[in-house]
Design a protein around this ligand. Structure first.
Ligand code: 2YC
Length: 284
């Protein structure tokens, strides 16, 4: 999991309106719309409920500590997306206590290992890695105007790539797995085989072949420039949750409006939609 730097996120709040319009142009949906597509919920219902859903964003000092602007940026994204969000004026444990005392509906907080949203009323949890994979797969489905029966390449078979692959299978795509190490791809293919018929998930060890075969790509690696410019075609569609971006600036120029990438916006919005709408899992 790549730790964000303040320089990665300090201008996000200022660019939200522009980014939202760009997403609308690329996918036909806004930040909230794509998040609703990822969570399979009705956007009108979410927009009716979100203004009264109070989310405390709690700074966490453990480990490597606070990232300047992180909590403020998360709260800005949530407010832009229609939620009643605020940065807690305390941190860590005191912030959690205050959220309960204020009867907030949810908290969002991140240490060095996990970034989660928790619904305090029904105990539902949204994990940033899982939700990010799912929401970028939803963006790719929208970009493709339905990814059903198309080959979708998932680059990077970690937690984000796994969630993206599961979501792509739910959209009935044919999933091609690639990782720069064979083991993670094999482990992921095995865990996906329970979800889909054998022929719907395959491993491709030759990246060049995978990029030639697949028009739609999830780039979920923590490495930059993983997709060589010479293999980028204008017909490609790329949804890239990986940080740093796996496409060079020249590659971005070739792709133009067929690339979705951000470092917090889609994942945070989808986390909030998820904890607002996810039904409490019945205890088995
Ligand atoms: O400011 C704070 O409260 C810090 N404890 C936040 C640390 C976030 C660490 N995680 C990351 O930088 C990102 C996540 C946003 C998703 C993956 N890595």
């Amino acid at each position: 999991m790549t730790r964000l730097k303040s320089s990665d996120i300090c201008d996000i709040a200022l660019r939200l309106e522009k980014y939202d319009q760009q997403l609308l142009k690329i996918t036909g949906r806004t930040l909230v719309g794509i998040a609703c597509h990822a969570c399979n919920v009705d956007e009108r219902t979410v927009r009716q409920k979100s203004p009264s859903f109070l989310i405390d964003v709690i700074p966490v000092t453990s480990g490597q500590g606070i990232i300047t602007d992180f909590s403020k940026t998360v709260a800005s994204i949530l407010k832009f997306s229609g939620f009643n969000a605020r940065v807690s004026d305390t941190h860590d444990t005191a912030g959690i206590v205050q959220a309960y005392e204020n009867r907030s509906d949810a908290v969002m907080m991140a240490d060095d290992k996990r970034f989660v949203g928790i619904n305090l009323n029904n105990r539902c949890v949204a994990d940033n890695s899982e939700v990010t994979g799912r929401v970028f797969a939803a963006a790719l489905d929208l970009m493709a105007k339905g990814i059903k029966d198309r080959d979708a390449l998932v680059m990077g078979c970690g937690p984000v790539g796994k969630a993206a692959a599961i979501a792509l299978l739910s959209f009935n795509a044919r999933v091609v797995l690639y990782d720069n190490r064979p083991e993670p791809a094999r482990i992921l293919q095995k865990s996906l085989s329970a979800l889909a018929p054998e022929n719907q998930v395959r491993i491709e060890e030759d990246l060049e072949k995978a990029l030639l075969d697949c028009q739609y790509i999830i780039e979920a690696t923590p490495v930059q420039n993983t997709i060589p410019e010479k293999l980028i075609s204008g017909r490609m569609g790329i949804a890239a949750p990986g940080v740093p971006l796996g496409v060079s600036s020249k590659g971005c120029g070739i792709l133009k409006d067929r690339l979705v990438h951000d470092k917090l916006e889609l994942g945070v919005t989808a986390m909030a939609v998820s904890i607002l709408t996810q039904k409490e899992e019945t205890r088995s």
